[in-house]
Design a protein around this ligand. Structure first.
Ligand code: AMP
Length: 380
């Protein structure tokens, strides 16, 4: 089914062609007409399956013909869990928004940068893409109003409805007009979680895409059993020996992310760390360089586990296991995206073995475990 049969604005259909989006992905084929028809959606689809365009395109189409936003009265709010995702989603709105035949403005707002320019920029924005904390700050400063809000999107919805965001989400939901369209998307969302009912009042259309080829199937997985002292040498061995061009390395703490990247740099590997203690400028720069292929190794915490789209990323390494199996799935989902293959390598110590079994059960995949004892890690 081509894009021009879904009911989208012809301007967007033309833009999609020029962006080489030849046909809609399955989630797009099903959700776009429903979003255009102003239905509430609970979209559950693998990571990398085109969820962002799936809501950005019909939201832009639905804005056509609407009155321009009143000063500081936004029409669409997209809530995301991280600054990086706010920026990434903002770029997709900008890419498609700029070809529309009417004045359209979207703005990404998040913490870690000065609030004043954001206050100024909200003027006449149709769409705000925000992390919850900064949104509330801006609301307290009277810089944003929700009376004309028409559509709410929760990207990475399970994370947004998780305990960590509960207080902020409760406050935000109280501020929004009850009559609105609600669009919830996540790769890992169970339709029965109670908190969904707090967001979606009416009957939502549940769209669950179980792809013929699971995107997890596009990821070739292997694990290495390794002692804690040998994790570092094994990482450097794999990066140097296998000539992996680009790799995203996940650690379980900020401290470890810094340690691992410092050690890589000392060993002549082009690496940087990105985590919540880095300045926003630094985070932005590192991710940009990594996305552009200028940086070979990016070491991170679960900050980058969700939603971040790195084109053709060939490899993810779990230097340490995450606590939650969900986070494991999100982490490895940074590779094997948009129908491209990828590789995920996981380090497990003897103490990790039981937890790794739980992860394998949850992901319904068995991963071969290689004993690193037989590798000659000397000099790495
Ligand atoms: P997402 O799951 O939204 O992060 O999207 C994953 C990647 O797929 C992004 O790089 C998109 O640009 C790309 N993409 C989304 N929809 C399509 C499509 N219909 N055709 C080709 N690429 C797409």
């Amino acid at each position: 089914m081509p894009f021009d049969t879904l009911g989208l604005s012809p301007y967007l259909v033309a833009a999609l062609k020029s962006q080489n989006y030849t046909k809609p992905y399955p989630i797009q084929e099903r959700a776009i007409p429903a979003i255009l028809a102003k239905k509430d959606i609970l979209g559950i689809a693998q990571t990398g399956s085109g969820k962002t365009a799936c809501y950005v395109l019909p939201i832009l189409s639905n804005l056509e013909g609407k009155p321009a936003p009143k000063s500081r009265h936004i029409q669409v709010l997209v809530l995301v869990p991280t600054r990086e995702l706010a920026i990434q989603v903002g770029e997709v709105f900008k890419k498609f928004g700029e070809i529309l035949p009417f004045r359209f403005k979207s703005l990404s707002i998040h913490g870690g940068v000065s609030i004043n320019p954001q206050m100024q920029s909200i003027q006449h924005s149709n769409v705000l893409i925000a992390t919850p904390g900064r949104l509330l700050e801006l609301h307290r400063a009277n810089a944003v109003h929700f009376a004309d809000l028409d559509t709410l999107v929760l990207d990475e919805a399970d994370k947004m409805l998780h305990l960590g965001f509960q207080e902020e989400m409760d406050k935000i939901l109280d501020l929004l007009p009850p009559k609105r369209q609600n669009l919830l998307f996540s790769a890992t969302l169970s339709p029965d979680i109670q908190r969904i009912q707090q967001v979606i009042m009416q009957q939502a259309l549940v769209i669950e895409i179980i792809p013929e080829k699971q995107s997890l199937d596009l990821i070739q997985q292997e694990a290495y059993q390794v002692s804690n002292e040998k994790r570092g040498p094994l990482l450097r061995y794999l990066i140097k020996k296998s000539e992996i061009k680009q790799v995203l390395v996940f650690t379980s703490s900020i401290y470890q992310a810094d340690q691992v990247s410092n050690k890589l740099i000392k060993n002549g590997i082009d690496a940087r760390a990105i985590h919540s203690k880095k300045t926003q400028g630094n985070r932005k720069e590192s991710l940009k360089d990594f996305k552009n292929g200028k940086l070979n190794v990016l070491v991170t915490t679960d900050l980058l586990a969700r939603g971040i789209d790195i084109e053709f990323l060939p490899c993810v390494i779990n230097y340490e296991l995450p606590r939650s199996p969900k986070d494991f799935i999100h982490r490895i989902g940074r590779t094997g995206r948009a129908e491209n293959p990828g590789k995920a390598i996981t380090f497990v110590s003897e103490e990790d073995l039981q937890h790794f079994e739980v992860i394998q059960k949850k992901m319904k995949k068995i991963v071969e475990i290689i004993d690193s004892e037989h590798l000659n890690l000397h000099g790495f």
